[in-house]
Design a protein around this ligand. Structure first.
Ligand SMILES: C[S@@+](CC[C@H](N)C(=O)[O-])C[C@H]1O[C@@H](n2cnc3c(N)ncnc32)[C@H](O)[C@@H]1O
Length: 233
């Protein structure tokens, strides 16, 4: 089962997760996450309710805290992996944050609760993308925003061949040196290959009751930000 496999992987690398992200991406994942926050559509005049799904060690909420100083919000940081949550709790101790362990396919929230749902590099890891998007849609308020950051398909052939060599050869080696778990980083590369293209994800989002579906490619499409809103009906 994918759930157990993915859970074991993140359990084994949790304490090196942040370091590995910096090493593998040469720090570029920090800029991608800042870019995600620039696309958020939140109301400064109310207390916003936010869900960060597949929160890992909490980078997205950390970026929201840093860049939206006057924003009033309460955030749920949700991830099935307790070890990742424990790492996140060491970094973020604000009182408006609630950490919870749950899978995205079955969220413990009532309908129409959140103004915003974010997912960064976690949709690729869920066992069932469509079920997870149904849940994201269900817990969002009408016209609430869903924003997702994921690895994409690089369309430029020259860039893609360099990216392929780097990701297939170097990343598992770095992963083995730093975490002792080469398989975790072989899984990472395989999961990126299997994940649907930008166009396919947009199609799925439209089918799952989202409108205003847009995507923004970062670093030649190595990463992609998807933004959309929950339909009224
Ligand atoms: C690559 S990490 C991303 C963490 C964080 N969002 C970030 O950007 O650094 C992927 C996260 O997805 C979580 N995950 C795995 N399966 C999931 C599921 N079914 N539902 C929600 N999150 C899941 C993992 O436990 C892991 O913490």
């Amino acid at each position: 089962m994918k759930k157990e496999k993915v859970n074991k992987i993140f359990e084994s690398i949790a304490n090196k997760y942040d370091l590995m992200n910096d090493l593998m991406s040469l720090g570029i994942h920090r800029k991608w996450k800042r870019d995600l926050v620039k696309h958020l559509d939140l109301d400064k005049n109310k207390n916003n309710s936010i869900l960060d799904l597949g929160c890992g060690t909490g980078d997205i909420i950390s970026n929201i805290i840093k860049s939206k100083k006057n924003l009033k919000f309460q955030a749920y940081l949700v991830d099935p992996n307790i070890k990742m949550i424990e790492e996140g709790k060491k970094k973020l101790k604000q009182k408006n944050l609630i950490w919870l362990s749950s899978y995205g396919e079955n969220l413990p929230f009532k309908n129409n609760k959140f103004d915003l749902v974010t997912m960064a590099f976690s949709l690729r890891n869920v066992e069932n993308i469509k079920k997870t998007l149904n849940e994201v849609n269900r817990v969002l308020k009408k016209n609430g925003q869903f924003i997702c950051l994921e690895f994409g398909k690089v369309k430029n052939l020259a860039v893609n061949s360099i990216y392929k060599i780097y990701s297939e050869n170097l990343i598992p080696e770095i992963g083995e040196k730093i975490t002792g778990n080469k398989d975790a980083y072989t899984y990472l590369i395989e999961s990126i290959k299997k994940f649907p293209s930008q166009e396919e994800i947009c199609k799925i989002l439209k089918l799952k009751n989202f409108y205003n579906v847009k995507y923004y490619e970062l670093s030649f499409g190595v990463a992609v930000i998807y933004s959309c809103k929950k339909k009224n009906s």
